[in-house]
Ligand binder design. Structure first.
Ligand SMILES: O=C(CO)COP(=O)(O)O
Length: 248
C-alpha cells in the first residue's frame, strides 16, 4: 500500500515573517516533519520554503507553472525548470480556482502537465465538479472529461487531486460515500486509459480539517489529502498529518 500524501495549499496567503513562524511550528511537529508531507506556497515564497525545509523531508510544491517550457520572452511567467531549480518537487495543475478565475482550459493544462514532467516535477492534477454539475447528474462525465488531459503525460509520475468545487473553502465536506465513489471512478478511469500497471494516487481536497481527516483518510481509495485553509495553522494541519500516518 502506498503511503498517504498530505499537501498543504496556502493559496494566496503568507508573508516572510509569518511563514517563518508557521514553518517552525510545522518542523517542530513530527507528524508534519516527515516524508509524505509538503506545502504549496505562492511563487515569491517558494525559495524561502526551500531554505526553511533544508535538512527536512518536507516537500516544496508550487501552485502553478507556466505552460511555456523554454526560457524566453514570456513576461510574468515562471517555468517548470525554474521551479525544479529552486527545489520544488510537486506542482498543482488545474486547480479549480485557476480554471475559474484564469480561464485555464484543456490545451493550457496539457502544456503545463508536459512542461512539469519534462522538468522532473510531479504534477498534482486537480479535477472536480461544480455544485450545478453534481446536482444535474453530470458529475461522472465532467470528471472523466477533465481526466482526458492526463493522456498528455501517460506513463509518467503524477498525482490526481479530487476537489469538488462546492466543498472548497465552504466547510461543506463531501460525504464519505461521495468521496469513495468519486475516487473509485477516477481510479477506474485512469487505469482504463493508462493501463492496469499505472500507479495512481488520488488525493481528496475540500474542507479537510482535523475533525474529518480520520474518516476521509481511512478510505483505501483515498491516497492522501490536499488541504487549503487548515494548512495555514500548524496544530490542525498536524492532526491531519497524524491521521494520514495512523492509516499507513
Ligand atoms: O482548494 C483546496 C486545496 O487545494 C481546498 O481548500 P479548503 O481545504 O480550504 O477547502
Amino acid at each position: 500500500m502506498q503511503n498517504k500524501l498530505v499537501l498543504g495549499n496556502w493559496k494566496m496567503n503568507g508573508r516572510l515573517a509569518a511563514n517563518v513562524a508557521l514553518v517552525q511550528a510545522m518542523l517542530a511537529d513530527p507528524d508534519i516533519n516527515r516524508d509524505g508531507v509538503g506545502i504549496a506556497a505562492p511563487f515569491p515564497y517558494l525559495a524561502q520554503l526551500g531554505q526553511l525545509f533544508a535538512g527536512s523531508p518536507l516537500a516544496v510544491a508550487a501552485q502553478d507553472v507556466s505552460r511555456y517550457a523554454s526560457d524566453g520572452a514570456f513576461t510574468g511567467e515562471s517555468s517548470a525548470a525554474m521551479l525544479a531549480d529552486i527545489g520544488c518537487r510537486y506542482v498543482l495543475i488545474g486547480h479549480s480556482e485557476r480554471r475559474q478565475y484564469f480561464g485555464e482550459n484543456d490545451a493550457c493544462l496539457r502544456d503545463k502537465l508536459q512542461a512539469a514532467v519534462a522538468a522532473g516535477l510531479v504534477p498534482v492534477y486537480c479535477v472536480g465538479e461544480t455544485l450545478d454539475e453534481r446536482e444535474s447528474g453530470r458529475f461522472a462525465d465532467v470528471v472523466a472529461e477533465q481526466l482526458k488531459t492526463l493522456d498528455a503525460i501517460a506513463g509518467q509520475e503524477y498525482v490526481v487531486a479530487y476537489e469538488p468545487v462546492w466543498a472548497i473553502g465552504t466547510g461543506r465536506v463531501a460525504s464519505i460515500e461521495q468521496i469513495d465513489a468519486a475516487h473509485q471512478l477516477i481510479r477506474d478511469r485512469v487505469l482504463q486509459c493508462h493501463g492496469a500497471s499505472a500507479s495512481i494516487r488520488v488525493l481528496y481536497g475540500g474542507s479537510v480539517k482535523a475533525d474529518n481527516a480520520d474518516a476521509i483518510l481511512s478510505l483505501a481509495s483515498v491516497g492522501g489529502a490536499l488541504v487549503g485553509g487548515a494548512s495555514l495553522e500548524a496544530k490542525g494541519f498536524g492532526k491531519i498529518c497524524q491521521s494520514a500516518k495512523k492509516i499507513l
